[in-house]
Write a protein that binds this ligand. Sequence first.
Ligand code: NDP
Ligand code: A1CAB
Length: 290
Amino acid sequence: MRAKELQSLTIAFVGGGNMAEAILGGLCQDTRYRLVFSEPSRDRRDYMKQRYPTVEGYSNNEQVLQILPHVIIFAVKPQIMKVVMLDLQSRLHDQQQQLGFIPLLISIAAGISTTSIRHWLNLGDKLPLIRLMPNTPALIGEGAVGCYAVPHGVTADHRLLTEALLGVVCKHISWIEKEHLIDAVTAVSGSGPAYYFLIMEAMQNAGVEAGLSSEEAKALTVQTCIGAAKMAMESEEDLVTLRHKVTSPKGTTEAAVKVLEIGNIRHILHSAISAAQIRSRELAEEFGKD
Ligand SMILES: NC(=O)C1=CN([C@@H]2O[C@H](COP(=O)(O)OP(=O)(O)OC[C@H]3O[C@@H](n4cnc5c(N)ncnc54)[C@H](OP(=O)(O)O)[C@@H]3O)[C@@H](O)[C@H]2O)C=CC1
Ligand SMILES: O=C(O)[C@@H]1CCC=N1
């Protein structure tokens, strides 16, 4: 997609919560886009407008659709996706009839399938619909995202536009060919930042118990996490080799890793990721029904 074509695009967010903020906050570094969002909570709208002054906030979803955005990103909880879709259906239908096009629709709701969304919107077989699973590091341009494009409705230009937008906020973009694998993306990278925050919190606390100040323990923990992640990213060696290079025979790391292995950290992480994947499927069952 050429820079000129991106120049005057309007990107709308339905819902202005945490994940919308992560993407909006990242995207507003790029001045080519007009960014708008709808959000029922006045406090939240005020916060967003104060924090990101170039972004326009509206109190209801209809107002945002009246602007005729080129892209609509649905960033509401899975629990209310159905009601939001049904509310907007007739306006999108009118727009399709009068203007001959539907904006590119992007859902980031965990669990909710494109089949459910297509069913609720009832706008024909060729709906330009993409399902994304991003993560909150998008706010600082360090996101990872999995994408699934509905066959037939999504053109090569839609994909390029999506990549151009995501390229501003994400360092890694995966196109997933089988939609059910978005549940796996959700479990690994969508929820993943929380796992690392938890591990870092525990390491910081352990550092404090070992005698470090809270600030020292946090700084050492976080920089170690960044350093290890960068090595994992940039090194030609695999993760096992990198671990072995820290682990001197009969040394301190060996003692620590032994405790982690006895505590079955691999099994714990496997179970955690399975639980997230199962919950993603349950959300589809609970909130994706007709
Ligand atoms: N947080 C994350 O890390 C990720 C989240 N997601 C997905 O993103 C979506 C949003 O999650 P998240 O940002 O965490 O949730 P939030 O609750 O922070 O954001 C949702 C926002 O939508 C608002 N809202 C409620 N009803 C409506 C409505 N009818 N129209 C428009 N906006 C409405 C909510 O307002 P109020 O609070 O007043 O109800 C809230 O501010 C979810 O579907 C989630 O699965 C995907 C990837 C990662
Ligand atoms: O916890 C959740 O359900 C959302 C989806 C991935 C991250 N947060």
